[in-house]
Design a protein around this ligand. Structure first.
Ligand code: COI
Length: 355
């Protein structure tokens, strides 16, 4: 049994914060002074500690490097005007982390280790939380198998870690998205709903191909018919019709990630008076709506990406373009969400966890 309340802490001698500026930081390049590390050995979580951020020494036979038992989460911490630090919906990420763990035959991480460990780590590095619009401290909990054995089997040992990275916006500008019809991301019965490292690895070639044609990302389609919209890999996707209806792919097929920002967006859109439909979304329906002038906005939601407008959606040779400047819904929804996160509006949903 771990006792997260007495995690041993080794502090750095001099903060790296003295050497970097938190102005205009790119996503995921800088890491704070400390990290949390724990080992799963003999059926128990042990060796829990917070220590200076540093490289790991790994064996070449480390099982996760060969067979990919590796999962992660993305969470954000914010600071309000009074300087208090908050984490956005960490319990939801905690639940999803263990959903991913179960699917990958990995041990669950106890709440104390995940939440209290994260709280203590952020408390130690809270001066790294940027105090600027559209900036936050990105929290990356992850777990990987650590047996030094190359037989194909679930590992007996695992490492759980949390690292922190101050960050600005993920996409610098509204995105250009290519509707991908050849390659697929996930099929029913697979791991599309889990936050598994391999889902991202498998997307790299396809994304690189799309980038070479000037797109930022691809919109994945279903594996069977290549007709039903799935997700954008780093984001869930929403379509706004006629300013009063939002549609987004439902979670029933088990092929898309149950985004926490997706869930927050659904809640806020309903509060704004929109009807929200979570259901299969056929790309033909999207095109018809665009042609009829009913498709007003398309945007992605994600922890890293927050709310990202899509200015162009290309299906085969058909280009759907949007005048993002004139949008009403996504900007208002983002304003409401940011306002809760930055502590400017009362958090009626219990989303903000005080550190
Ligand atoms: C996130 O939004 O937190 C993600 O994990 C997506 C991407 C950065 C991998």
């Amino acid at each position: 049994m771990i006792d997260a309340y007495s995690i041993p802490v080794t502090k750095i001698e001099r903060s790296k914060l003295n050497d970097i500026s938190l102005e205009n930081i790119p996503f995921g390049r800088y890491f704070t002074d400390h990290m949390l590390e724990a080992d799963y050995i003999d059926g128990e979580w042990k060796n829990v500690e917070i220590k200076p951020y540093q490289p790991l020494v790994l064996s070449p036979s480390l099982a996760s490097l060969h067979y990919g038992q590796a999962i992660f989460e993305g969470i954000k911490a914010y600071r309000n005007e009074a300087g208090e630090a908050f984490i956005f919906r960490p319990y939801d990420n905690y639940q999803r982390f263990n959903v991913s763990a179960r699917r990958m035959q990995m041990p669950e991480v106890p709440e104390d280790l995940f939440i209290e460990g994260m709280r203590q780590l952020i408390n130690l590095d809270k001066s790294w939380i940027p105090n600027k619009e559209n900036h936050s401290l990105y929290i990356r909990p992850f777990m990987f198998s650590s047996d030094e054995v190359i037989g194909v089997k679930a590992s007996d040992t695992y490492k759980f870690m949390i690292i922190l990275s101050p960050t600005g916006p993920y996409y610098a500008a509204p995105a250009r998205i290519y509707v991908e019809e050849t390659y697929t991301r996930a099929a029913p019965g697979g791991v599309g709903f889990a936050k598994v490292a391999g889902n991202y690895g498998a997307s790299m070639m396809v994304t690189a191909e799309a980038r070479s044609k000037g797109f930022d990302q691809v919109l994945w389609m279903d594996a069977a018919e290549h007709k039903y919209v799935q997700e954008i890999g780093t984001m869930n996707v929403f379509f706004i019709l006629d300013d009063n209806k939002a549609i987004t792919p439902g979670l029933e097929s088990g092929t898309i990630l149950a985004g926490i920002t997706r869930d927050s967006a659904i809640t806020i859109l309903k509060e704004m008076g929109l009807t929200v439909e979570e259901r299969p979304v056929n790309i033909d329906e999207v095109i018809e709506a665009y042609k009829a002038g009913k498709l007003k906005e398309v945007f992605g939601t994600g922890t890293a990406a927050t709310i990202s407008p899509i200015r162009e959606l290309t299906y085969k040779d058909f280009v759907m373009s949007f005048d993002v400047e004139g949008w009403k819904t996504a900007p208002e929804m983002k304003r409401r969400l940011d306002s809760i996160r930055e502590g400017k509006t009362t958090d009626n949903h219990g989303w903000m966890f005080k550190i």
